[in-house]
Design a protein around this ligand. Structure first.
Ligand code: GLN
Length: 278
């Protein structure tokens, strides 16, 4: 039964790969995502089919605390940042305790519905992920940036061909890089290690979301520059909170909380405190 379901899901994913390739060249590649979502498919099957995560007193939240300013290790070593503040505010609205677990980004989607109830990790809504999890309403618009060393000749999509590109494993930057003609992609569990390899000359550039790109570059302003993804034809992406597929009650409650936090000014206050630095 398990095998059969896996086969059916693989079949479905296979069809979507074909459609996705025909529709857009700069969107995150469905093909590259297939491997990790297949693993997720196997695990969703084992997730409890019981009621909503809303029935619990404590919601277990997964994040990857290596993606500033959305999440990073705070002063006491526990995850801090915009997403952490946001999910705490949502937990408060829902009357739930919130426990945040730091995990590899690449294992978050597969862990939803078993190890964790919710993932918040600057996670972009993609068609492949939507097959495995349900997303809240989007809460932040982003685009990939290309980090290069100062004086680099990389300036357009064509310049990225046949280059060594550093990315964080399983991210939209990874999917985009893998789709570039002749690219040699180095995948790291932590984006900061990709940036270090750029400084060491082991990769030619790093493709990563704009806000963390700017954070990393600000620590090495003499050596590095973050180039706008629009310059390379990258599409904008939307971050959303990921939840177990089919937990409509949880999705609705989280969306309602998000809406209230936007209306009462909390959301903008958290953006100012964590992201825009006002
Ligand atoms: N937004 C990117 C993605 O969803 C990267 C997220 C991250 O590294 N935390 O793939």
């Amino acid at each position: 039964m398990k095998k059969l379901l896996a086969l059916v899901l693989t079949g479905v994913l296979g069809v979507s790969v074909l459609t996705a390739c025909g529709s857009s060249s700069s969107a995150p590649s469905a093909a590259a995502e297939t491997a990790s979502t297949e693993a997720a498919a196997a695990s969703t099957e084992t997730a409890s089919a019981s009621g909503s995560a809303l029935d619990k007193d404590t919601l277990i939240i997964g994040t990857n605390a290596a993606f500033p300013p959305f999440e990073y290790a705070g002063d006491d070593g526990t995850p801090a940042g915009f997403d952490i503040d946001l999910i705490n505010a949502i937990g408060e609205k829902l009357g739930k305790k919130v426990e945040v677990k730091d995990m590899e980004f690449d294992s978050l989607v597969a862990s939803i519905g078993n190890k964790i109830d919710i993932a918040i990790a600057g996670m972009t809504v993609t068609e492949e992920r939507q097959k495995m999890v349900d997303f809240s309403d989007p809460y932040y618009e982003a685009v990939q940036n290309v980090i290069v060393v100062n004086g680099s000749e990389i300036a357009s999509a064509d310049d990225l061909k046949n280059k060594k590109i550093g990315v964080q494993l399983g991210t939209t930057g990874d999917f985009i890089a893998s789709d570039i003609e002749g690219s040699e992609v180095s995948q790291y569990n932590k984006a900061v290690d990709a940036v270090n390899d750029l400084l060491n000359g082991r990769v030619d550039c790093v493709i990563i979301d704009a806000n963390p790109a700017q954070e990393f570059v600000s620590q090495h302003a003499e050596e590095l520059t973050a180039l706008e993804g629009t310059q390379f034809g990258f599409e904008t992406e939307n971050y959303a909170i990921a939840m177990p597929k089919g937990d409509a009650a949880l999705v609705e409650a989280v969306n309602q909380a998000l809406k209230e936090l936007k209306e009462d000014g909390t959301f903008d206050k958290l953006v100012a405190e964590n992201i825009t630095g006002e």
